[in-house]
Design a protein around this ligand. Structure first.
Ligand SMILES: [Zn+2]
Length: 138
């Protein structure tokens, strides 16, 4: 159940992210469902509702992530935290390639799998958006 997040805090999180999902980098104007603040560490795990624990997220990333905070990396078989937009550098963990978000690290691998980054419809959407300059593809 989403907790009420004050409008000023919501705006801070949205503006800090330049309206992009901080997980998959989809712009809010290109999403069918609205973006929303995500508790990086869910409230049930002790996360707080403050700017250090909130990320701007598309509805799909937020839904797939749920309250998850880690998973088992399929390569190292280690318990690995999910990508944190507040702690981690996106470009260190992912690379854009032809619509796909390629994981580069254990954090990237578990996040790509849990958040379902490379569903075929999302890959196709990124390809189209990239061609018209609406998706960051550097
Ligand atoms: Zn997203």
């Amino acid at each position: 159940m989403p907790e009420y997040i004050h409008r000023s805090l919501r705006e801070l999180v949205r503006e800090r992210a330049n309206h992009l999902c901080e997980y998959c980098r989809l712009h809010k104007d290109d999403a069918i469902l609205g973006h929303q603040p995500d508790h990086i560490i869910a409230l049930k795990h002790g996360g707080q509702t403050d700017q250090t624990n909130l990320a701007w997220s598309c509805a799909l990333c937020n839904s797939f992530k749920g309250s998850d905070i880690s998973s088992i990396d399929p390569v190292t078989e280690n318990l690995t935290p999910l990508f944190s937009p507040r702690l981690d550098d996106w470009n260190e963990h992912f690379r854009y390639e032809a619509g796909s978000l390629i994981p580069l690290t254990p954090i990237g691998r578990v996040s790509e799998r849990i958040l379902n980054f490379n569903r075929s419809d999302l890959v196709q959407l990124r390809l189209v958006l990239s061609r018209i300059g609406r998706y960051p593809n550097e």
